[in-house]
Every structure is written in C-alpha cells, then in structure tokens.
Design a protein around this ligand. Structure first.
Ligand SMILES: *Cc1c(COP(=O)(O)O)cnc(C)c1O
Length: 402
C-alpha cells in the first residue's frame, strides 16, 4: 500500500496552518526512493534528486538522509544543497546557458560540473585543462515524452551538445586535455516508454571510447508517475533489469565498469505532495458551475502551462452527492485548474485537495496579482511541521525601493 495522507489528516493540517497550503509526506518520498534503489540494486547506480522540482531545504535534508545525491540547475540550488548538508562530491551541477562566471563559482565550490555547450566546453578546457573533471551533456536526438514543451531531446531543443558534434567535442577534449568523467543525457519528462532510456544509453555507450577517463553515464530523468487514476508509471523494475544487462554486456565488450546515474525529480516528490485550497465562491453560469478557490496559477501553474491533470477531491464533504464543476482560481487571468470534474458537492468553505502536487508546484509559484505564496508543511513520523511560512504583505514590498 502506498503511503497516503487521508482526507481527515489533510483537513486537520489545513485547519492548523491555513489555506492554501502545500503538504509533503516524507515517508512517501522514502517509498519512491526505495523503489528506485531496489530496481537498480544490481547496477552501480547513483540517484541525484533533481532539486528544481522542490527545493525547500527541509525536503533536501530529508532526501539527503535517505542517501540520495543532488542535481542542481543553478548556482543557488547548489548553495541550497550545500546548506542542506550535501557534500560537493554528491552534487551535480547541470546548468543551461549560464554565464561562465557561474560555472567558475560552481568549480570553486567543488561540485561535479555538467557542460552543455561547445562554447563553455572550450573555455573551461582552455582554462583548466585536465585539472578539474567535467561531465558533458549530449543531445542524443531522441524524442521523448508526450509534450513538446517538456521534451528536450528533439533537434530544436536548446539542451545538450548534439551527438552529431562528437567530432568537435573530441577536438576540444584532445586539444585542451580535458578530463571527461561522465556523459549525460536528459531527454524530457513524463517518459513512459523505457526504450527512450535504452536507446539513449546505446548512443551514450558509443561515445565512451572517446573518453578514456569516463566513470559514469548519466541517463537523467523523465520518470513518469500516474497523475490520473489508471495512468501508467515508468516501469523502473524492467528498466533496472535492462540497464543492468546493458552495462554487463558493455563490460564484457570493453572491460570497463561504469556507474549509471539518474536524476529523478518528479518520481521522488510528486506523489508525496498535496495542495489544499478552500472554495471561496460557487458560481453558476449558463455553461457550468464554477468552484472558485483561494488560489490560482500563481500557486499551481501546471494545468495552465502544460495542460496537466491534477486529481482533485473535496475533503470536507466526502459524502456529498457528486456534481460536475469547473475548478478555477481567484486571479484576474484565465486560470482553470480543471474542467468537468466530478466532485462531492462543493460548498463555499469546503477544502479541495490537488494530488501529485509535490513536484513543480510550490516551486513554480509566483506573486502574480500581488497574491501571497502559500505555506509549506512537512509530515514526518506522523507530525506536521511548518517548513515555510505563508508570505506576508511585507514580502511583496521586500525589494521595492520606497
Ligand atoms: C528537470 C530535470 C530533471 C528532473 O526531471 P523530472 O521529470 O522531474 O524527473 C533531471 N535532470 C535535469 C537536467 C533536469 O533539468
């Protein structure tokens, strides 16, 4: 049975800390981490939690306590990771289009650096030669995931160095004596077809002969979790078996024993997160019944940005008759969370919960409409603890020059 928080627990937390509120369930994160560990138990695998999905330092600390490493996409995420107690050797920094100064700062902090363009590779090589190892992010040109916005492997993608530029990479590495310790790919999000990883792995393995010091192949992430009831989840057990076999074959062929790295974000924290809001207004129009809640895409942007489905339930009127609603926010912009949802009758004042709100929920929130960002609560060992205070009015003014 997956670890879940029930309606009563969620509404008690909402009563205590107010709404809107993000609630994270530590044991559910641990459960997902254990699934990955088990699936890849026979490979030389390491898991770098993708911080960007949820960066609250308390969550980072908890994930570190499970034994995971950390994947960061900005220097500030690196700093948060260090604050949370990750050692530099457990942090991989995977930026895109950042200033060279930021790369230098990451080098000063001693973390693994993943370089995703020729220009930086050249600058880094010219400056440091073989004195600081690097990883190279490649674009294997494998189309992954269902949505163009969240796919990064296609030819128009800004991510990675095209696999067709291998010859150029090779020239730079040779000329500057760069020490390449890893090759990396991350082809997108929501990948249910494990062949995407396996095809990518094949492409990555073909590059190994160019890099004598290579220690690891990083397959990134994109593990899919179910959002709708009945949705598929990436079959990590099957992927684990296939990856193990591929690395064994590789070892037989080349005598090289490599580590395999992954960077799960969504897989670890999505299902551990709940977003609880309150119904402000029930509004009947000629077309539908709107349930207008005390939130909007300023707090949870995934439905508007990716047409993402989040399952919604009324947690304070469990036995009410089912009715059909359009769930919307309270900001002055079209902010529809869900069309035509069957919910137990929603009365003004009822709490609604959005499931799968752990990843890219709070993290992508903003103060649009001068609204305050929600609080965050962590439930661990049965105790609910506030891990981020709700914004206050002063937060809106904090950097304004008055
Ligand atoms: C966003 C991202 C991830 C995490 O992706 P999920 O779909 O949340 O697992 C991993 N690696 C890199 C480089 C990323 O940008």
């Amino acid at each position: 049975m997956p670890e879940i928080l029930n309606h009563r627990q969620l509404s008690e937390i909402a009563n205590t800390f107010g709404t809107p509120v993000y609630i994270y369930h530590a044991e559910r994160i641990a459960e997902q981490y254990a699934k990955l560990k088990k699936a890849f138990a026979h490979s030389n695998a390491r898991f770098f939690y993708a911080a960007k999905s949820l960066t609250n330092v308390n969550v980072l600390k908890y994930i570190r306590s499970l034994g995971a490493s950390l994947d960061c996409v900005s220097i500030n995420e690196v700093k948060l990771g260090l604050m949370a107690g990750f050692s530099p050797s457990d942090i991989l920094y995977t930026p895109n289009c950042v200033d060279f100064e930021e790369i230098l700062a990451a080098k000063e902090l001693g973390v693994h650096i993943n370089i995703d363009n020729i220009s930086i590779l050249e600058q880094f090589g010219n400056r440091f030669g073989n004195t600081y190892p690097v990883c190279i992010r490649l674009n294997p040109h494998i189309m992954a995931g269902g949505n163009f916005k969240i796919s990064t492997g296609h030819v128009d993608s800004k991510f990675g160095i095209s696999i067709h530029q291998m010859r150029h990479i090779e020239r730079i590495v040779k000329t500057t004596n760069l020490n390449v310790e890893g090759v990396h790919m991350h082809t997108g999000s929501e990948i249910k077809d494990i062949n995407v990883f396996l095809l990518g792995l094949e492409v990555m393995m073909e590059t190994v002969s160019h890099f004598p010091n290579l220690r690891y192949i990083d397959l990134g992430s994109g593990f899919k979790v179910p959002y709708q009831p009945g949705d598929p989840e990436t079959d990590v057990d099957l992927l684990g078996q296939k990856v193990e076999q591929a690395f064994l074959d590789f070892e037989k062929e080349t005598g090289k024993k490599l580590e395999v790295w992954f960077e799960p974000g969504k897989y670890l924290v999505s299902q551990a997160g709940y977003f609880v809001v309150k119904a402000n207004v029930i509004k009947q129009t000629p077309a539908t019944v709107f349930a207008g809640v005390n939130s909007g895409f300023n707090h949870l942007i995934r439905p508007m940005m990716y047409e993402a489905y989040h399952h919604i339930e009324n947690i304070t009127n469990n036995n009410g008759p089912e009715r059909i609603y359009t769930v919307v926010g309270n900001i002055c912009e079209t902010d529809t969370f869900a069309w035509d949802r069957k919910l137990n009758e929603v009365r003004e004042g009822d709490y609604l919960v959005f499931y799968n709100a752990g990843a890219y929920g709070f993290e992508m929130s903003s103060n649009f409409n001068s609204r305050l960002k929600p609080a965050e609560v962590l439930v661990k060992d049965g105790n609910a603890t506030l891990i981020r205070k709700r914004d206050e009015f002063d937060d809106l003014l904090r950097n304004q020059v008055l």
